[in-house]
Each structure stands twice: as C-alpha cells, then as structure tokens.
Design a binder for this molecule. Sequence first.
Ligand SMILES: NC(=O)c1ccc[n+]([C@@H]2O[C@H](COP(=O)([O-])OP(=O)(O)OC[C@H]3O[C@@H](n4cnc5c(N)ncnc54)[C@H](OP(=O)(O)O)[C@@H]3O)[C@@H](O)[C@H]2O)c1
Length: 340
Amino acid sequence: MKAAYFTATGGPEVIRFGSVPLPALAPGSVLVRVTAAAVDHVDTFVRAGSYTTNLVFPQVPGRDVVGTVAQLGPDVPEGPAGFHIGDPVWANSMGFDGRPGTAAQFTAVPADRLYHLPTGLNADGGDAVAVAAVLHSAATAHLALHRHAQLQAGETVYIGGAAGGVGTAALVQAVRAGARAITSSSAADVERCLSLGASAALDYRSEGFAEELHEAVGSVSDGWGLDVHLETSGRHRLGLAVELLALRGRIIAMSGMSGQDSVPLGRLYTKDGSIRGFAISNATVADLAAAAEAVNELLRDGSLHARNVTVLPLSGAADAHTALEAGTVHGKIVLVPEAD
Ligand SMILES: NC(=O)c1ccc[n+]([C@@H]2O[C@H](COP(=O)([O-])OP(=O)(O)OC[C@H]3O[C@@H](n4cnc5c(N)ncnc54)[C@H](OP(=O)(O)O)[C@@H]3O)[C@@H](O)[C@H]2O)c1
C-alpha cells in the first residue's frame, strides 16, 4: 500500500511517502480502508521521539482515522454489534505503542479501539474529512473535563485557547454539561466563543488579561472561583490559575510539553486544590470507548465543527508536520489517500 512512514525518529524530513507492506492483521484486529486521517500535535511528538513510545519501523504516523471495514482478522466479533465489511468506522488511538498509524491507504485497528460512525454520516468525502478533523480534540476534551476534572453542572470552568481544536470541543462539552465557561482566545475569536456559549470570552493578548480574568471569574462564579482550569494553549500561568481556583478546584495539565512554570504550593493545598496531568495516550480502552460514545453523540447532533480544515494528500504528511511545528496552522490538517 502507499503510506507516509518513517524509519527513525527526527525532524519532519524523516517522513517519506511510498510503498510499505499492508499492516499485519493480528487476531482481534480489523483492516480499515482509510478515507481521512487527521494530523495532530502528538503525531509530531511521536515522530520526533519527544514522546517515548514503542514504534515499529517502517512506522506510519497518525492517530485518527475515518474509513471503512476492508477485512476482519480472526476472532473479531460479528453479529449486530460487531463489524462487517464496508461499515463506516473511526479510531483515534493509532500510530503509537506498537500500533500502525493512519496516514496510509490501510491501517489495522484492534476491534476494541474501533467505533462505528453514527448513522447518517458517510466514511467518504466531506463527512470523512469533517469527522477526522474533530476526533482527537473532542475525545481529549471529554476525558479532560469528565474523566479527570469531574466537571459538574453549575460549576465554573476556564478554557484557555478556546478557539483551538481541544479548546472548542471543551467549550461545547462544558456548556452542554451545564457548566459556566470563561474562555481565552485571539480577539478575532471572541465572538465565536460567545456564540458557542461562553459566559465571558477574553482576548489572551490583552495587556490587562490577568485583571480581566479576575473580574470575569468573580462575576461568572458569583465570587466562588474556578472549579476547573483547563489550559489548552500550552502557555501556562499557574500562579494566576491557583489564585483564581475555588475550594477543591482542579487544574488539568494537558498541554505545554516544555512547560516549566512554578506553582504556589501553599495557596494550592490550602484550597484543597489539585493539579492533575493527563495525556490521552495513557487512556485505557474503556476510557477511550466512553469518550467515543460521547463523541458519537456530538457528531450525531452536528455539534462539532473544526475550523480552517486543510486537506492534503498522504504524500503531504511531512509538510503537515512542518507547518504544525512552525505554529502556522490555525485549524486542522487532514490527509486523504491519493486517487489510485
Ligand atoms: N494531553 C493530551 O492528551 C492532549 C491531547 C490533544 C492535544 N493536546 C495538546 O493540547 C494543545 C492544543 O491542541 P489543539 O489541537 O487544540 O491545538 P490548536 O488547534 O493549535 O489550538 C491551540 C490554540 O491555542 C491558542 N493560543 C496560542 N497562544 C495562546 C495564548 N498565549 N493564550 C491562549 N491561547 C493561545 C491558539 O490561538 P490562535 O488561534 O490565536 O493561534 C489556538 O487556538 C497542544 O499543545 C496539544 O499538544 C494534548
């Protein structure tokens, strides 16, 4: 098959495009014909070797995939709840820990990591691209807010970088859960955040950002503070986060691979506050399945929309990694296989 692949970790230039063997179909795995594969920040960490994981060279990069079932391996459950040839499916935990990636014509997905697309959505064309563009962000936001932060209705959550992939998905899900959201984004995205249900939306470049956030937290939470602090931009201000935290508030650390911010520990523990690290790479199969159920519900409702989706052929994988690392992608890149 044709695929993007790398044979050693390194810069984006280690990614080649060419012919590689079809992935082996182990017991319990399903061969998926890829129609769309997203490019996520984490793919660049895996390729660079900054996120250490078991790679099998030639390693195909890519976590997320939308496609159709092409072949069932031994011991894959069939029947009404199982998989059938041609089923439209998706997965979002490929390309690391010994699993093949998705920037290829085919990938082999363990059946317990593969999910059906909701009825009415196709695994081809625009649907495939639109779905692939939101999978990783939406599942991450679900696990961050619900599994790790245990967000409750009526609570106040700060979402930093709310116009980004994870940030937007978190905003949509927080509002849906009945929480009050305060966001930060570029000035140009403030209206978008408000239209998605933010109670207050701040410009992260504003000189008076800290004071504006103080004010917003005071008015939105009636003086109580932040129950949950979720910074998705990778630019942390933990001192400010701890200062604004409510009693038993939870700070979720999930972005900023090279972050070195210090924490005012006394202020944190005297509020019974906590900082909880989270990486979706460590999510169990059960956690991922729970997230998939939530993502499918949001897809069914049409609540998830990636902005500025760029579609590239699989052969553009190296360029996609270069652009992502340069910080020039204000949206999502989705790879699609070249026509035969
Ligand atoms: N822990 C996990 O499991 C996990 C999973 C997925 C992603 N992540 C990480 O989460 C981060 C976000 O991922 P993503 O896919 O959502 O990326 P993204 O779509 O590129 O979004 C990042 C957002 O941050 C905004 N931003 C940049 N500087 C900012 C600042 N100083 N203050 C506030 N916002 C700022 C950007 O705004 P502009 O639009 O103005 O550029 C952009 O909207 C990445 O670091 C990624 O590695 C972690």
